[in-house]
Design a binder for this molecule. Structure first.
Ligand SMILES: C[S@@+](CC[C@H](N)C(=O)[O-])C[C@H]1O[C@@H](n2cnc3c(N)ncnc32)[C@H](O)[C@@H]1O
Length: 245
C-alpha cells in the first residue's frame, strides 16, 4: 500500500481535478443518494472529503475512520476550522470495532487495498458488523475487469500499470495533482469472483458493480471525445451491497 502519511498533501491537491470532482465524486454522490438524517460510517475516509459531504447533505451522524494518522490529521484540521460535528478516528478497516451500527457504510477507495481475498473478507466483515439490518454499503473501487491502455488515462490526471492484472497483482496508479509533485498508490487486483466470495463470507450480498459517469456540465465543457476513452474503459467502478438477512 502507498504510505498515505507521505502523500496526504498531494492527494488533497488531486481532489481538485475534474476526474475526481466531476467523475468520481459525481458518481459516488449519485450512488449514495439522499443521506438526510442517516448515520454513516466513512471507512478509509482519508482527509474527509466525503465525510464532510455527508454532513453538509443532512447526515445525522458521521464517523470517519482511516489507517493513516496524517490523513486523519488533515481531516481533523478541517473539522477544527469549519466544525461539522464529524467524529474522526485512526483505525484499520480490517479490524476496527465501534460500538454502534450505521445506516450506510461508505467505502470510497477501500477494498482495493486488500492484498487478497482473505484481506478483503476481513474488511467486508468489519463492514457487515457495522451495518444496521437494513443498512447498505456504498463504495468506489478500481474496476476489477479493466483491461486497456493504462497510460492513455494520463490526460485525465492519473495512469495505471499494468494494463491487465491477475489476482493478487499490484496495480500502480500514478497521480498528477495540479499543485503538488506526482505520487503513486499501489492497490491489489482481485477478481469479480473473489469479491463475491469475500462479500458472501462476511454476510453481505454480492456486490452490484455500478458504472461511473461524467457530470453533464463537465461533459459539455470538455466534449464527449475527451471523455470517450475513460468511459469506454473505466478504470474505476462504483459498488453497492447490503447486509444479508
Ligand atoms: C485514495 S484514499 C481515499 C480517501 C477518501 N475516501 C476519498 O475518496 O477522498 C484511500 C484511503 O484509504 C486508506 N486506507 C487504506 N487501507 C486502509 C485500511 N486497511 N483501513 C483504513 N483505511 C485504509 C488510506 O489511508 C487512504 O486515506
Amino acid at each position: 500500500m502507498a504510505d498515505f502519511n507521505e502523500i496526504a498533501q498531494g492527494y488533497q491537491s488531486f481532489l481538485q481535478l475534474p476526474v475526481y470532482r466531476d467523475v468520481e465524486a459525481f458518481s459516488f454522490e449519485k450512488l449514495i443518494g439522499d443521506c438526510s438524517d442517516l448515520s454513516i460510517l466513512d471507512l478509509a475516509c482519508g482527509e474527509g472529503y466525503y465525510s464532510r459531504y455527508f454532513r453538509q447533505h443532512g447526515a445525522a451522524r458521521v464517523v470517519g475512520v482511516d489507517i493513516s494518522a496524517e490523513m486523519i490529521r488533515l481531516a481533523a484540521a478541517q473539522e477544527h476550522s469549519d466544525p461539522l460535528g464529524i467524529d474522526y478516528r485512526v483505525g484499520d478497516a480490517r479490524d476496527v470495532e465501534l460500538e454502534e451500527r450505521f445506516d450506510i457504510v461508505s467505502g470510497a477507495w477501500l477494498l482495493q487495498y486488500a492484498r487478497d481475498r482473505d484481506g478483503l473478507r476481513a474488511m467486508c466483515t468489519t463492514i457487515a458488523q457495522h451495518l444496521k439490518p437494513e443498512g447498505v454499503l456504498v463504495g468506489l473501487n478500481l474496476n476489477p475487469i479493466f483491461s486497456a491502455d493504462g497510460m492513455a488515462l494520463a490526460k485525465y490526471g492519473h495512469t495505471r500499470t499494468p494494463d491487465h492484472a491477475e489476482e493478487g497483482d499490484a496495480v500502480c496508479w500514478r497521480f498528477y495533482p495540479p499543485q503538488a509533485e506526482p505520487f503513486e498508490i499501489r492497490t491489489y487486483q482481485k477478481s469479480l469472483a473473489s469479491y463475491a466470495w469475500a462479500f458472501e463470507h462476511a454476510g453481505l450480498t454480492r456486490p452490484e458493480w455500478v458504472p461511473v459517469s461524467v457530470r453533464p456540465e463537465r461533459l459539455a465543457q470538455d466534449g464527449a471525445d475527451f471523455w470517450a476513452y475513460f468511459l469506454q474503459h473505466p478504470p474505476i467502478a462504483g459498488l453497492r451491497s447490503r447486509a444479508m438477512c
